[in-house]
Ligand binder design. Structure first.
Ligand code: EPS
Length: 373
């Protein structure tokens, strides 16, 4: 099992990730992590913070001469904005934002300054998760498993369905979509929301390609890969819904219009459709894993909503913190990291070893065993 924890506040000195259980012999350089951090910073609709930060990682432990040693890996991302907060008198935040962790956070931890909550609740923490995900992605790449995400909807504007040949175009798109027409409308909607002091949400989809069948298990609830993927994505700030394959649409159809028929050719089973999103019985079935997450609009509104001051108990407008108008493309990149982490863990439960070589030997033996069955 790979486990990881993150630490750090949004305007503290740094964000830190400690990953335990990564096998030895994995080539790992900052160049595996930094492009992922950059991808997370991009996207039309982001706020002023991204102009301040140029997220880069320092590898503090677990890697020697460019290869993992099997020891815990520590990754550090410095906050460039921290120096702007040093020695500054910061007035307490007392007007909780509806939709944010602010109010429940102060009640839970017995705090009187909402800043003590928002510093850690902020989606800035996701930079540390993307760093962890970059390590998981590098490990999965050793087995030719690729994970990739794109935006399918912003503020009710839908992009045309993704086709794999469009992968490069997604990377070039400011909204991680390949539908130029929809993108224009999305940008217009973001501009309008920004002008009105409002915020927007949307939906992204993550796809995992080349996952062998049988990752995850039906034998116990907490071994189900679908459950782990959904739980992982729900842990991402602002996510309010997760769907796999057809998702909620499947509930409207008859079984014959949902289930993917099974075929066999040259020693392998295959399906011509993928309504189940690559997951049956809590296990991968060899088709692409396809999972979507719905992000609510960001809780900081420049035209704030009604709230109550936690000290005076008077009716006020919620506090206004610097924020993004829309961060769905960034959430999509974090979603990739989360999916990579959940898949790599189920993968390691099946093919785990102390070295990458052990894992390769184990996978090879399994693929040989199921071939022609
Ligand atoms: C974010 C950093 C934050 C916000 C945003 C995401 O930076 P700052 O608060 O300094 O502007 O832009 O955080 C939130 C949306 C939130 O609710 O806290 C980041 O690095 O992604």
């Amino acid at each position: 099992m790979i486990r990881f924890l993150t630490a750090g506040e949004s305007h503290g000195k740094a964000l830190v990730t400690v990953l335990d259980g990564v096998p030895s012999g994995l080539a790992l350089l900052v160049s595996n992590v930094n492009p992922e951090l950059k991808r997370r910073q991009e996207g039309y609709g982001r706020g002023g913070r991204m102009a301040i930060e140029n997220d880069t990682v320092e590898i503090l432990s677990g890697v020697r001469n460019g290869k993992t040693t099997g020891a815990p890996i520590t990754l550090l991302i410095a906050n460039s904005d921290a120096k702007n907060w040093e020695n500054k008198i910061v007035p307490p935040v007392t007007m909780p934002r509806p939709g944010h962790a602010d109010l429940s956070g102060v009640l839970k931890y017995g705090l009187s300054d909402i800043r003590d909550v928002l510093e850690r609740a902020s989606a800035r923490e996701t930079a540390a998760r993307v760093a962890a995900g970059a390590v998981c992605k590098a490990l999965l790449k050793e087995f030719d498993i690729n994970i990739f995400g794109y935006v399918t909807q912003i503020a009710g504007i839908y992009a045309k369905p993704f086709v794999s040949k469009n992968k490069d175009a997604v990377e070039r798109s400011p909204l991680r979509t390949t539908d130029a027409k929809a993108e224009k409308l999305m940008i217009r909607a973001i501009e309008k929301a920004k002008k009105q002091g409002d915020s927007l949400g949307g939906v992204f989809e993550v796809r995992a390609v080349n996952v062998p069948p049988g990752i995850g298990s039906y034998t116990q609830w907490d071994k189900r890969l679908d459950a782990r993927l959904a739980g992982g994505l729900m842990s991402l700030q602002a996510i309010k819904g997760v769907e796999i394959g057809l998702g909620f649409e499947a509930a409207k159809r008859t079984g014959s219009k949902v289930h993917d028929e099974i075929y066999y050719s040259k020693g392998s089973y295959f399906r011509k459709t993928n309504n189940c999103g690559g997951l049956e019985g809590g296990m991968s079935n060899g088709s692409d894993i396809v999972i979507r997450a719905a992000m609510k609009p960001i809780a900081t509104l420049y035209k704030p909503l009604n709230s109550i001051d936690i000290i005076s108990k008077k009716k006020v407008k919620a506090t206004v913190e610097r924020s993004d108008t829309c961060a769905v493309p960034a959430a999509c990149v974090v979603g990739e990291a989360i999916v990579a982490y959940e898949i790599v863990n189920c993968f390691m439960e099946k093919f785990g070893g102390d070295t990458v070589l052990d894992m390769k030997t184990s996978l090879k033996a399994y693929l040989k065993r199921i071939k022609g069955r």
